[in-house]
Design a protein around this ligand. Structure first.
Ligand code: TYD
Ligand code: MG
Length: 452
């Protein structure tokens, strides 16, 4: 019997070691190195079907390379098309990552049901019956979607050869296993091997493959980092499970920009594309309330109007509480210090709670001014006019700093019927014929006058 070959892998970053050690040299994590059985494949795993002739690669002048022949496959989902950069590229491998229960399987099943092409949905997680039940909730009639419950790559390839689908979806990479490697499914060497086989398959047949990948506690795609290097596109599906909104963004895209963003709403019958998110994120109220302000933010390339709510109240306990949902708590403390020091507000003995509505987390610095406005409004108990919105960063000395793509924000605010947008005096604006009133301010103190 052949000697069993084993190596040690770090389960966190995928680094390989000849012997066990307590700490990984590469990622410095402790107790992540485990022994895995490996066996080098003796023959090619993915055999080219007779229908596709393998071409040996020859060097070509860059000007002579014809890209027009590679039409993208329409996914019939506006949001996904946008994030992918106009549809799926033939022969590409796309990885969709996200927390458990966020809706990855739902999204991809829904897309397979919508596609007019022959689709193969391979699931290693759910039975055919379970998938059918889910499909019934989502509900479109479809005669082209095949469901396969299988985890062995060799069997999957056999079925693909027989079926010849136009697109393959795999749920999930962590459940797959290849015969050439003896370690269990989900281990680093299995994930690496199965992905390599899938890449080879996709490149040789030009069939695009969509892979679902699980996410670890700290938000990385489970499995080696190299998984992300191997695939062409890494999409991240995120959102707060208690809220209905889900955001799809590209962390890496070999065929398009990573600035695009897709927004969905989880409903009883699957995910609905949200083409105008701003309208939903802003709650409609009959009366103006203190502590509310609207920020004109950008998520990727998309303008998004977001409602910020603040509550400032006298601290009941000794130490005042500061808490922020959807906003960086350190940044909140910084803005409070700026208000205290530069604008003379006594917030030191007050509890401050901040909430970004819709369960969305915002990194855009342009939200600062809306946060400050919401805090001031709650502190003074004076409402801001509901048709005001804000787009500027606040600096440490209380100065209002310019933000990128301010014109796009202004146009979005105007489209949604806001009467006034507050931006930094230092932003260069060359917009003409705008109906919206553009209020230029340079210091936080300037804001106070606008509270009703
Ligand atoms: P799922 O897609 O299985 O998530 P993942 O594959 O990322 O682990 O499930 C997502 C959740 O969505 C599940 O808890 C139930 C809910 N859901 C709906 O609200 N509406 C629907 O139509 C479907 C199919 C699921
Ligand atoms: Mg799933």
């Amino acid at each position: 019997m052949a000697k069993v070959k084993t190596t040690f892998f770090c389960q966190n970053c995928g680094t390989q070691y000849a012997k066990w050690q307590g700490q990984c040299n590469a990622c410095k994590e402790w107790n992540t190195i485990v022994e895995e059985v490996i066996q080098k494949p003796e023959k090619s795993d993915w055999k080219t079907p007779a229908s596709t002739i393998k071409r040996a690669s020859v060097p070509l002048l860059i000007n002579e390379i014809d890209v027009s022949k590679e039409p993208r496959l329409n996914t019939f989902d506006g949001e996904l098309n946008r994030v992918l950069g106009g549809g799926m590229v033939p022969g590409s491998l796309t990885l969709l990552g996200g927390e458990p229960g966020i809706g990855k399987s739902t999204l991809l099943l829904q897309i397979s049901l919508k596609l007019p092409y022959k689709t193969l949905y391979v699931s290693g997680e759910e039975s055919q019956k379970q998938i059918k039940m889910r499909a019934e909730r989502i509900n479109p009639e479809n005669n082209n979607c095949y469901i396969l419950t299988e985890t062995k790559t060799q069997n999957i390839f056999k079925q693909i050869e027989a079926l010849e689908p136009d697109i393959v979806i795999i749920d999930s990479i962590q459940t797959l296993h290849s015969d050439y490697i003896e370690s269990s499914s989900g281990s680093i060497s299995q994930i690496k091997e199965c992905t390599t086989e899938l890449i080879k398959f996709a490149k040789e047949t030009a069939i695009p493959v969509l892979l679902i990948g699980h996410i670890t506690k700290d938000g990385n795609i489970a499995g080696p980092k190299i998984l992300e290097h191997m695939v062409d596109t890494v999409l991240q599906f995120e959102g707060d499970r208690n809220h209905v909104f889900r955001i799809l963004r590209a962390n890496k895209n070999r065929f398009g920009s990573t600035n695009e963003l897709g927004i969905y709403e989880m409903q009883g019958s699957g995910l609905r594309e949200v083409s105008n998110p701003s309208e939903i994120l802003i709650s409609k109220k009959d009366e103006e309330l203190s502590g509310n302000a609207i920020a004109a933010t950008l998520e990727g390339m998309r303008p998004l109007m977001i409602e910020v709510q603040a509550l400032v109240s006298t601290a009941v306990y000794g130490t005042p509480q500061r808490s922020a949902t959807g906003f960086n708590a350190k940044r909140l403390n910084m803005l409070l210090a700026v208000l205290e020091k530069r604008a003379g507000f006594r917030l030191g003995a007050k509890d401050v709670f901040l909430n970004i509505t819709g369960g969305i987390t915002v990194d855009d610095p342009a939200i600062d001014l809306a946060v400050v406005a919401a805090i001031l409004s709650s502190n003074e108990d004076e409402a801001l006019l509901a048709n005001y919105c804000f787009a500027a960063e606040v600096g440490l000395s209380g100065e209002i700093r310019p933000v990128q793509r301010v014109e796009q924000r202004i146009l979005e605010a105007e489209k949604l019927g806001f009467s006034t947008i507050f931006v930094s005096k230092y932003n260069k604006i060359s917009l003409k014929n705008t109906v919206i009133n553009i209020q230029l301010i340079s210091k936080v103190e300037d804001l106070v006058g606008y509270l009703v």
